[in-house]
Ligand binder design. Structure first.
Ligand code: ZN
Ligand code: ZN
Length: 337
């Protein structure tokens, strides 16, 4: 089969490799859409995303994907061959203390396709544990199926925030995860959003889907009286946590969803302490796939309008090179193998 492999810094190549061998309890998925995430770009450029190091050898990236069941491994409990599926790419052991407490996103033996050394989905086929796939109704496109992963990240962050209906929410960073978080908060009845995003086209998109206030910087919002109860930091910007603490109202909550580039970030803790701010770091997603599929299928969340640009698998090197440039209007570059 064809696979796009990261062979070194900014060096993605399309190569021929064997179809991965199917183990018991797994399904073979024929990949139909795979989106490039900001964490993929961090590994593509720097060899790591929030810790970790370069893959020891060529590795396929991509963990936001959908496809079609091509084969079932021995004993696999999964939809029939031919069924279109989306995949929750956080594969847990089911045995450790975190798994037993239901915190599978914090599994001590977690396997995450596209995170070294496990190959991701930028290929014609990938094997997945049977429990990680969910059937897609005909009304949900392949690309929407792939975007169930970032939507799941947003759903998980919103669950952690325990939002109440009349709260004001700020989103820092209107990339895919920021927008997914906003859409997930809207499902919880939140309708007052301010969104901070430097890229004008991304601000416009946030306004189109219901942001009341948008600004290029947090500084532009300070002192305007629009103090949010909850700030979701989705930009990954190294200064953003400190800015979120400046923006949020007293007794507010800051949920950190974005992955800062640096291992250490600095912020002024005085205002945060005086105002009794809670900070929660969100880790990927937890049991969100079925909810994400249901929200899309029932039109409670519309991902069809998300600005994307598509590429063939042969064009994957170009897709990564473009995705690594300055962020533009597209929220995702999607490869259709
Ligand atoms: Zn992702
Ligand atoms: Zn575990």
């Amino acid at each position: 089969m064809k696979a796009a492999k990261l062979c070194g810094p900014r060096d993605t190549r399309v190569v021929d490799v064997p179809v991965p061998e199917l183990q018991a309890g797994e399904v073979l998925v024929r990949v139909r859409a795979v989106a490039i995430c900001a964490s993929d770009i961090a590994i593509y450029e720097n060899g790591c995303a929030g810790g970790g190091v370069y893959p020891p050898g060529p590795m396929s990236q991509g963990h936001e994907f959908s496809g079609e069941i091509a084969a079932l491994g021995e004993g696999a409990d999964a939809p029939a061959v031919g069924t279109r599926v989306a995949v929750e790419p956080s594969w847990h052991c089911g045995q450790c203390d975190m798994c037993r407490e239901g915190l599978c996103n914090l599994c001590r033996n977690i396997v995450f396709p596209s995170y070294p050394p496990r190959d991701g989905a930028m290929a014609e086929y990938i094997t997945c544990p049977d429990y990680s796939v969910a059937a897609l109704p005909d009304s949900v496109s392949d690309i929407e199926g792939a975007l169930t992963e970032p939507l799941g990240v947003g759903i998980h962050a919103v669950r952690l925030a325990q939002l109440c209906g009349n709260e004001k929410v700020a989103i820092l960073g209107a990339g895919m995860v920021g927008i997914a978080t906003m859409l997930a908060a809207q499902v919880q009845g939140i309708d007052t959003f301010c969104v901070v995003e430097p890229v004008p086209e991304r601000r416009e998109f946030a306004e189109k889907i219901g942001a009341q206030v948008t600004a290029a910087t947090v500084g532009a919002l300070l002192g305007t009286g629009s103090e949010p109860h909850v700030v979701f930091e989705c930009s990954g910007d190294n200064a953003a946590l400190g800015e979120a603490l400046d923006l949020v109202r007293p007794n507010g909550r800051v949920i950190v969803v974005g992955i800062p580039e640096l291992p250490e970030i600095c912020f002024d803790c005085r205002r945060a302490r005086r105002n009794q701010i809670s900070i929660t770091f969100s880790r990927r997603s937890l049991n969100t796939l079925e909810t994400a599929v249901e929200l899309i299928a029932s039109d409670q969340v519309d991902l069809s309008a998300i600005p994307v640009r598509t590429f063939s698998l042969d064009e994957a090197p170009e897709a990564f090179a473009l995705a690594a440039q300055r962020p533009g209007p597209e929220l995702r570059f999607v490869v259709l193998p």
